[in-house]
Ligand binder design. Sequence first.
Ligand SMILES: NC(=O)c1ccc[n+]([C@@H]2O[C@H](COP(=O)([O-])OP(=O)(O)OC[C@H]3O[C@@H](n4cnc5c(N)ncnc54)[C@H](OP(=O)(O)O)[C@@H]3O)[C@@H](O)[C@H]2O)c1
Length: 226
Amino acid sequence: MSSKTQKPVIAILGGTGAQGSALALRWANAGYTVVIGSRNPEKATQVCKRISIEVDNANVSYENNLVAAQKGDVVVLCVPYASQRATVEEVQTVLGGKVLIDTTVPLVPPRVARVRLPDGGSAVAAIQSMLGESVSVASAFQNVAAQVLADLSSKVQCDVLVCGNDMEARELVIKLASDISVRAIHAGTIANSAAAEALTSILISINSRYKVHGAGIRITGLDSGE
Ligand SMILES: NC(=O)c1ccc[n+]([C@@H]2O[C@H](COP(=O)([O-])OP(=O)(O)OC[C@H]3O[C@@H](n4cnc5c(N)ncnc54)[C@H](OP(=O)(O)O)[C@@H]3O)[C@@H](O)[C@H]2O)c1
């Protein structure tokens, strides 16, 4: 990124999946350059094609996760919990000085509607501890369903909680969310990510009980709230 006014390049590791491809679609639609990180070129080609059909002049390409992370100014982690740590370890050498947005929810199938946090409380905070402070980890997008994000024609009605130790990184995530019409809110330090991670199981449980697909949360009492 050559200047502060230029849009950062966004690398999405696991960008072929439900959440990653939906975020890629939205950021491509907002004019960002998106690099999908994937282990599978065929799957990644299909995702890039799909995005290019939906978005005129989409600037989207794919690489393996390491090269994608290298190319991204901001790196977004969208892989299942079981592969979260290994994927970060694979790209760790190129993350220095960057913001890593981690969307991970520590779901343990098959009981995904039951809150189960790892030892230490938060899957995302564990990644910040592993990386040290030279990488700013921000936790976000745990409480918005991929299905909601993937529908460009509908307004995202829920809020996204953003946790992180670095205020500037949180501000950046809030701006990136705002640019895809998602309201994101400062929710404290990275330790607080535990609450967002836990909430997802509650939302899955609500989806199941009420036979809906995109339950979310909305924070009230903010001046700018709608
Ligand atoms: N889905 C949602 O609605 C939602 C909502 C909030 C948060 N999240 C969080 O977002 C993350 C991604 O969720 P998802 O539903 O998009 O997951 P997903 O579709 O199951 O997987 C995402 C991508 O991760 C990669 N992947 C799968 N297994 C892997 C492994 N063993 N090692 C490395 N990469 C692997 C695959 O990409 P390649 O095969 O192309 O490498 C896959 O397309 C999760 O942590 C989830 O908790 C999801």
